[in-house]
Write a protein that binds this ligand. Sequence first.
Ligand code: LMG
Ligand code: NDP
Ligand code: PMR
Length: 395
Amino acid sequence: MALQTATSFLPSALSARKEGAVKDSAFLGVRLADGLKLDTSSLGLRTKRVNTSSVAIRAQASAVSAPTATPASPAGKKTLRTGTAVITGASSGLGLATAKALAESGKWHVIMACRDYLKTARAARAAGMPKGSYTIVHLDLASLDSVRQFVNNVRQLDMPIDVVVCNAAVYQPTAKEPSFTADGFEMSVGVNHLGHFLLARELLEDLKASDYPSKRLIIVGSITGNTNTLAGNVPPKANLGDLRGLASGLNGAGSAAMIDGAEFDGAKAYKDSKVCNMLTMQEFHRRYHEETGITFASLYPGCIATTGLFREHIPLFRLLFPPFQKYITKGYVSEEEAGKRLAQVVSEPSLTKSGVYWSWNNNSASFENQLSEEASDTEKARKVWELSEKLVGLA
Ligand code: LMG
Ligand code: NDP
Ligand code: PMR
């Protein structure tokens, strides 16, 4: 299971070496500012110029091998093979802490699906993740092309995909105007929901193909999208309305940038995106759990008040928010603790129930939590699914 990731990239010359069979290679992505892209969709290593700042470069990795099957222990008892978990947004916060917890358990190989290769590589090293326990693959959820490219690239790794964790997110509480993804969707819903929607739909095939005994698709939700809680009642509140904005493409030009068709509000867009995440998990469960046996789950890991999620909030908020959550609401949880919680949802044999939104009490015991009326509305879930399918080109 040794997997050494050794980057070798030459941005100016855009050269990359071909390293033999796909099986023995990994595709790593780096983000560069020069607008050049090395297409890794085939082993032909074609280079092309594109108008994007996202650059995927094939880099060398030695001796990538799929986690292989079930060696028998001396007692003759079968042990589980190493699982492979894809985690989006594993370069910081909850995603990184989860990747670390899984990697350190020795039971998991983590595919860190991230938009910034160098940041992720440094973060993994700084977190002390064991060498060989992870592979970094480029994924920018703000581009559907990048999602499709990512899917191709992980398939080339020739590793099974046993668990997928949709964790990455952006939060733009201070934005006055909407910004848009490469495909023209409002950024928060585009990244947090639509990018993940396409990713999850594509990787469902890989999950189906895996022989791992407990396959899971996890989409991170949040208390702030649930209006049946105090936190969910802090304005602006999540509300998808009649989905008219989503139906008209969320592109702001001539139509709304918000799902409910109202005027742009960055904090609300984030909370709406989390409602979509929780609805999507349930719709997956209804459509695919029985047929595939895959566990579909969502969770609120606690308020991790120190992560990069709040990077765009005003400095006063960033200063007061952690002590407020620690000492007043008592909803605070460290990145490490939150990572252990999400790692449980990935790996714990007791958390295999599908269709569940997990939360934890003050003693860090998990329980099945209730979603708000909107976040558990089956009709809305179906409509969000169908509209999202159209927007990402699946229908
Ligand atoms: C808004 O601003 C923006 O206007 C909006 O556009 C959007 O970006 C939104 O959600 C994002 O933010 C937020 C602004 C307004 O709040 C802040 O910037 C700071 C608030 C965060 C922290 C509060 C600090 C309180 C003081 C803590 C001191 C810490 C010290 C601890 C030390 C311990 C020492 C041992 O704020 C609001 O959002 C206000 C909304 C109020 C509506 C609340 C409705 C829910 C019902 C509330 C019941 C009250 C419960 C009591 C809570 C006590 C809180 C102090
Ligand atoms: P962080 O900002 O630390 O992590 C977010 C991650 O998402 C980063 O790795 C970031 O990458 C990545 N990301 C952002 N945009 C993109 C993109 N376009 N393509 C690929 N990756 C992207 O925040 P958290 O760890 O707090 O957030 C993780 C999850 O936890 C989110 O789903 C959030 O909604 C949820 N959550 C967080 C809570 C909290 O209190 N913090 C509470 C409840 C839920 P990069 O490093 O390159 O910026
Ligand atoms: Mg909230 C039990 C109380 C509780 C919890 C668990 C959270 C979690 N928050 C609570 C209460 C309050 N918050 C109260 C009473 C206020 C008014 C002072 C408040 C305010 C507040 C703001 C301004 N809270 C926030 C913000 C944000 O900008 C964060 C947000 O909404 O991001 C979308 C946030 C959060 N509060 C939380 C959690 C977990 C967040 C982070 C958001 C998330 O990831 O979903």
